[in-house]
Design a protein. Structure first.
Lengths: 258, 118
C-alpha cells in the first residue's frame, strides 16, 4: 500500500506542481504579485472536493462516460487558458496584463480539480480500511513531497536561467503543457467513444516505458506517451500551435499598435 | 439558497442522464459488451479475450466498497470506478496481442490483461 500510494500521489501531484511552478516563475520574472496563488489553491481544493464528492453522479452522466467528459473539459480549459494567457501577455498593454492573474488562477484551479479529485477519492477509500490508513497517508505524504520538490526544482531552474531566456522558456513549457492537456483530453474522449479510434503511430514502450520514473516525469512535463494514437498526436500539435499562434498574433498586434 | 440549488442539481442530473441515454442509443448500438468484475481488489476474469479489430465496451463492475482506478498504459486507458458502482470503458479496434491492465489503487493484487486474438 505504501509504495503504490507514493507512486499514485506523485503522479497526480507532479502535473499540477509543474504547472504551478512554471506560472510562479513566469509571474516572478514579470514582477507580478504572487497573491493569485492563494485564490488558485482555494478554488482548486474546493473544485477537487466537489468533484470527488459527486463522482458517483458524474460517472453516470452521458451513459457512464461523464468522468471522461468532465476531465477532458477541465484539460481543454487549461489549453485555452494558457493560450489566452500567452495572447494577453504578448499584447502587453496594461489593459490586457491585468487579466493575467485570473488566467493563472483558473488554469491552476482546473489542474488541481482534475488531479486533486482522484487523490481525494483514493485517500477516502483507504481511510475506510483501518490497516491501510497509515501506509497510505505516509506514502501520500512522501509522494506529495517528491512532487512538490520537483516543482520547486523547476521554479529555481527556470529563474536560474539567463534573464532573457526565462520568458521564452516559460512560454515554451506553457505550449507543451497546452499540447499535453489537449492530447490527454483527446485520449479521454476516445475512451468515451466521443472521438473515433485512430492508429497508434509509434511504440517506444521498449526503451522508455511510461511507468518508469523518467516516463512519469516526461508525461507530466511534456505529455510523453509510449503508444500515442494519431488523434492524440494531432491534439498535442494543435495545443502547441494554439499557444504559438497566440504569441504570433500578440506580437503582430503589439508591433502594429506601437 | 439551498432550496434553489437542490432542485437545480436534480434537474441538471436528470437532463444529463436523459441526454446520455439518447447519445448511447445513437452512438454505440451494436458494440459488444464485455463484463469485468472487481472483488476483493481482484479482477474477474483476469484474462479478457477480445476479438481482433473490434471495438468493445468494457463494463467494469466494482463490487468492493472501496474505489478503484482501471488503468492500462498499453491500452491508453484510465478511469476511476467508485465503490459498489460500475463504469464503461471503450477499447479497440485493436491488433492481436496482449494488453495488461491494473487497478491503480490496489496494483499488487488487481492485475489483468486483455488478450486480442484473431
Amino acid at each position: 500500500m505504501f509504495l503504490s500510494s507514493v507512486v499514485l500521489i506523485l503522479q497526480e501531484i507532479l502535473e499540477a506542481a509543474l504547472l504551478v511552478s512554471l506560472l510562479l516563475a513566469f509571474s516572478r520574472i514579470n514582477n507580478l504579485r504572487l497573491y493569485w496563488m492563494g485564490g488558485a489553491l482555494c478554488l482548486g481544493f474546493a473544485g477537487a472536493l466537489l468533484l470527488s464528492l459527486n463522482m458517483v453522479a458524474v460517472s453516470e452522466w452521458f451513459d457512464y462516460v461523464g468522468q471522461e467528459v468532465v476531465n477532458a473539459s477541465l484539460q481543454l480549459s487549461i489549453t485555452l487558458l494558457l493560450t489566452l494567457l500567452t495572447l494577453l501577455y504578448t499584447l502587453g498593454s496594461p489593459a490586457t496584463l491585468r487579466w493575467l492573474p485570473l488566467c493563472m488562477v483558473l488554469s491552476v484551479a482546473c489542474a488541481l480539480t482534475r488531479e486533486g479529485s482522484e487523490v481525494f477519492i483514493y485517500i477516502q477509500g483507504a481511510l475506510s480500511q483501518p490497516p491501510h490508513v497509515r501506509p497510505t497517508l505516509t506514502g501520500a505524504g512522501i509522494g506529495a513531497g517528491i512532487g512538490i520538490s520537483a516543482g520547486v526544482l523547476l521554479y529555481y531552474g527556470l529563474l536560474g536561467l539567463p534573464r532573457h531566456w526565462v520568458v521564452p522558456s516559460c512560454l515554451l513549457l506553457m505550449a507543451m503543457i497546452a499540447g499535453n492537456m489537449a492530447a490527454q483530453a483527446a485520449m479521454l474522449l476516445i475512451q468515451a467513444d466521443w472521438l473515433p479510434y485512430s492508429l497508434v503511430i509509434w511504440d517506444s514502450s521498449g526503451w522508455l516505458p511510461e511507468n518508469s520514473i523518467t516516463g512519469h516525469l516526461l508525461y507530466a512535463l511534456i505529455g510523453y506517451e509510449a503508444t500515442p494514437s494519431l488523434l492524440q498526436a494531432l491534439a498535442y500539435g494543435a495545443g502547441i500551435l494554439s499557444v504559438a499562434l497566440a504569441w504570433h498574433v500578440g506580437r503582430i498586434r503589439r508591433t502594429t499598435a506601437s | 439558497m439551498i432550496n434553489i440549488i437542490k432542485p437545480l442539481r436534480k434537474t441538471l442530473h436528470c437532463l444529463l442522464v436523459g441526454l446520455s441515454v439518447l447519445w448511447a442509443t445513437i452512438s454505440t448500438a451494436g458494440t459488444p459488451v464485455i463484463e469485468i468484475r472487481i472483488k476483493d481488489h481482484l479482477f474477474f476474469p483476469d484474462t479478457v479475450p477480445v476479438p481482433v479489430d473490434t471495438k468493445v465496451k468494457l463494463l467494469v463492475i466494482n463490487e468492493d466498497s472501496t474505489p478503484e482506478e482501471f488503468e492500462s498504459y498499453e491500452l491508453n486507458r484510465e478511469k476511476v470506478i467508485p465503490g459498489h458502482h460500475k463504469a464503461i470503458i471503450f477499447i479497440g479496434p485493436l491488433p492481436a496481442g496482449e494488453y495488461p491492465f491494473f487497478g491503480e489503487f490496489y496494483p499488487k493484487t488487481a492485475q489483468g490483461k486483455v488478450v486480442v486474438t484473431p
